[in-house]
Design a protein around this ligand. Structure first.
Ligand SMILES: [Zn+2]
Length: 427
């Protein structure tokens, strides 16, 4: 199994099974309902874990919650902690509705502050950081490898967070003194009341769970600089090897004229789930290689819905016998986790009626439900119809309540393109 690594700019072979494979994927900053683009690193992490476990690896996935951040203070003056707690629940609900479960650990920055303070003290003691007026900054000049991950020359690194208190324009904050007029949460530290910077949170949360070395660090390409460059500096300057492979996913982009007309303002994962349903969204994300950009539009979603339907319809046919061609699917995923290629193999099996192989492949991606059509009893259909009416009346609170009621009875209601729905027994 090999994966592309941003640091070495090459494909890197994973250690043989059982590993272990310890993966840290940067999670959301919780101040609003998650953007649909946030689903991508989540899904890549969950799918990779699923595949690696299937192939005999011992895998642990950590997905952190950034619940201390300027965006949260800005979004909810005077009530930032309440907003962060609510948005954390939204994120867990919405990603949970993708039907793949959750990461093994979901650490929160607010629960890691004492460890963050200790880590910063170690950086100061080693000469890699300095305190000024209640702030603490990382001294970039003390870490000659700085810029390697993002491909910048150390002496020409882009300035971050301009601030006259810094020794050097490239330095970045590890600890920020409390600003009472805008920040309603703070923690005590040797430098006074304040709160951690974003980058140090991830170095500490990763190392708290994994120790100083782990196999894969994931996140969007937009995080390479400064976020991940700074994580590398914080950890490696203390001699911790930190991540062996840096896996950065391409960004989701909105395209297409039709988007605005037919889909309204779908930008959140919640909206996307309600509009297209779980299966269509999963198939959509499989259609692009994880490192490439992916176009989110009415056209690409409609294509994904049609693909999901083709795969589902395959199970209405009589299965055909044949040899074990699993390797075509495995080869695609072992080669830099090439899901478009794996999806093409699944479609091949659908047309060849190799339903046993098709079901096994779909399971990896949380799509086994495509193989499970079962007639719903009348009272379940009645609840589903009520929910359709509530949605048509834009009474989303009732609609959500009815969906939860169905879930409690063991049925998942899936919205399909074109306004239809299907009912699937949850297994
Ligand atoms: Zn992070």
């Amino acid at each position: 199994m090999r994966l592309y690594d941003t640091m070495s700019r090459s494909l890197v072979e994973l250690p043989p099974p059982p590993g272990p494979i310890r993966m840290y994927f940067c999670g959301p900053t919780v101040y609003a309902r998650a953007h649909v683009g946030n689903a991508r690193p989540f899904l890549i992490g969950m799918w990779l874990r699923s595949w690696l476990r299937k192939t005999g690896y011992d895998v642990t996935l950590v997905h952190n919650i950034t619940d201390i951040n300027d965006k949260i203070y800005d979004a909810a003056p005077g009530a930032s902690a309440e907003l962060a707690a609510a948005a954390t629940e939204w994120y867990i609900t919405d990603t949970g509705d993708l039907g793949l479960g959750q990461a093994d650990f979901l650490p929160k920055a607010t629960e890691s502050v004492p460890q963050i303070v200790e880590f910063i003290e170690a950086l100061i003691d080693a000469g890699h950081a300095y305190a000024v007026d209640g702030d603490v900054y990382f001294r970039v000049a003390s870490f000659p490898e700085y810029g390697r991950l993002s491909g910048q020359r150390p002496d020409q690194v882009e300035e971050q967070e301009p601030n006259p208190r810094k020794e050097d324009a490239r330095d970045f904050a590890l600890w920020k003194a409390n600003k009472p007029e805008t920040e309603d949460t703070w923690w005590d530290s040797p430098w006074g009341r304040g709160r951690p910077g974003w980058h140090i949170e991830c170095s500490v949360m990763a190392e708290e769970i994994f120790g100083p070395v782990f196999e894969i660090h994931g996140g969007g390409l937009d995080l390479v600089f400064p976020h991940h460059e700074n994580e590398v500096a914080q950890s490696r300057s203390l001699g911790h090897p930190f991540a062996s492979i840096w896996a950065h996913n391409g960004m989701l982009q909105f395209t297409g004229e039709k988007m605005a007309k037919s889909a309204g303002n779908v930008t959140t994962l919640r909206d996307a789930l309600d509009e297209w349903g779980r299966e269509t969204l999963l198939v959509f994300f499989l259609t692009a290689h994880w490192r490439k950009p992916i176009d989110f539009s009415a056209e690409t979603l409609a294509q994904a819905a049609a693909r999901a339907e083709t795969l589902r319809n395959a199970f209405t046919q009589t299965p055909a016998a044949g040899g074990d061609e699993w390797s075509a699917f495995a080869d695609a995923l072992e080669d830099d986790f090439d899901t478009p290629r794996a999806l093409a193999v699944l479609h091949g099996w659908a047309s060849a009626r190799r339903l046993d192989l098709l079901r096994r492949g779909l399971e990896i991606f949380g799509l086994a439900s495509l193989a499970d059509r079962e007639a719903a009893p009348a009272e379940i259909v009645q609840l589903a119809e009520q929910r359709q009416r509530a949605r048509a009346d834009r009474d989303f609170a009732s609609a959500d309540g009815l969906r939860d009621e169905l879930a409690a009875l063991g049925w998942e209601m899936r919205d399909e393109a074109g306004g239809g729905y299907s009912l699937v027994r949850r297994g």
